[in-house]
Design a protein around this ligand. Structure first.
Ligand code: SAH
Length: 368
């Protein structure tokens, strides 16, 4: 059986039941009142959902049985189904998750020693079309709702060993193409799960109107810009949306973001051998960013099958970094996490669509 069939067969979710994940504690109190329960039952419900990450109503032992039964008849919690999880030797865990309509996405648990982060998807698939990205190869399916975004975190947290306190929107999709839902999910993270907005990073391909709107929202998340080149010509070869929004406009929107929120930016730069990794390009990058506060995060390319790129050698990466630092620009190098579990954005789902299910199950088992 193809894994695509497995994806289609394995969803036990009732599509017609309304999800509770995504509702605020106040909305859950209203719901309890509407169901002729005291309002505090709604607060209890929200604690089960957002603090204890309960995946089913039967666990909610301090709620009266009749209330639980009625909830079950009318609602579902709305956790995505966990189709697969692959553990990397470095402790990161990559999840393939599926919603009730059988749309699959990826999310990752990332322990960093002092803190634990989760990488969430904002859309199923992506329409940005970046040439080096595995998600782009799979096309765009649909936007995720705020509840579906938070559902990823709850599903991971209910499975994962340590408490997740940091969130990065760096999974599948372009968050600023689904900004209403992303903003609502950030508000839920803050209000219902107690996650500080300062511990949240939203990564964008550079959607100028989205950056401008985010600057006005009063939610000082860290904005990460996927820069990947210092000039428009190379950038728009790698990132098709670069033709719509040139770098000058993107960086000016980033400046506005910094001025409004006081948050330093992160500039992501994937190093692709022979394309954007020369010392001259490092100097051009340093110049381009002059006066804009923020670090450059160098990302060694994570190979995607079929894509025509290679990761540069460590000495070339170091030389690029040295050049930037000479110009006074702090650069960090992102550790490649979970390379052995296909951690590049979108790779797991691509595999799930192509490979026989038995192969996937085997590779998952072998790595646990
Ligand atoms: N659409 C958003 C967020 C999702 S991608 C964005 O473009 O920022 C998150 C990050 O992973 C981006 O910086 C993206 O460029 C990077 N990325 C995608 N494919 C990659 C690959 N194969 N190797 C390394 N980084 C990759």
């Amino acid at each position: 059986m193809q894994t695509a069939d497995l994806l289609a067969d394995s969803s036990g979710r009732e599509e017609n039941l309304l999800p509770l994940v995504g509702r605020t504690a106040a909305e859950l109190e209203d719901l309890a009142a509407e169901m002729k329960q005291p309002r505090f039952r709604g607060r209890q419900l929200s604690r089960w959902i957002y603090h204890r990450c309960a995946g089913d109503f039967d666990r909610m032992s301090d709620l009266p049985l009749t209330f639980r039964e009625e909830l079950k008849r009318r609602f579902q919690l709305g956790h995505p189904e966990m189709l697969q999880h692959l553990r990397s030797r470095d402790g990161s865990i990559k999840y393939l998750l599926q919603y009730g309509d059988r749309v699959a996405i990826e999310a990752v648990y990332l322990p960093f020693g002092r803190y634990v982060s989760a990488c969430l998807s904002s859309q199923a698939g992506c329409a940005a079309g970046c040439r080096f990205c595995a998600t782009a190869l799979g096309g765009f399916q649909r936007n995720l709702t705020a509840g579906e975004i938070i559902g990823q975190l709850l599903a991971i947290q209910s499975d994962a060993p340590s408490r997740i306190g940091h969130i990065v929107y760096m999974g599948m999709g372009e968050p600023l193409f689904n900004l209403d839902a992303v903003i609502q999910s950030v508000r839920l993270l803050r209000a219902e799960m107690g996650i500080s907005v300062r511990n949240i990073t939203i990564s964008t391909v550079g959607v100028v109107p989205g950056i401008q709107r985010l600057a006005e929202e009063g939610l000082p998340v860290t904005l990460a810009l996927s820069l990947h080149a210092a000039d428009d010509e190379i950038r728009s070869q790698l990132i098709p949306t670069g033709r719509k929004w040139p770098l000058a406009e993107i960086l000016s929107a980033c400046r506005t973001y910094y001025e409004r929120t006081g948050r330093r930016l992160t500039f992501e730069y994937i190093l692709l051998e022979g394309i954007n990794d020369s010392p001259e390009q490092a100097r051009a990058l340093g110049k381009r960013l002059a006066g804009l506060p923020g670090n450059v995060n160098l990302i060694p390319y994570n190979p995607v099958p079929g894509a025509p790129y290679r990761r540069p050698s460590s000495s070339r990466i170091q030389a690029f970094r040295d050049e930037l630092e000479k110009m006074g620009r702090a650069a960090t190098q992102r550790m490649t996490r979970g390379l052995d579990v296909n951690a590049a954005c979108g790779q797991l789902r691509l595999q799930a669509a192509d490979l026989p299910a038995t192969n996937l199950a085997l590779s998952a088992g072998a790595r646990q």
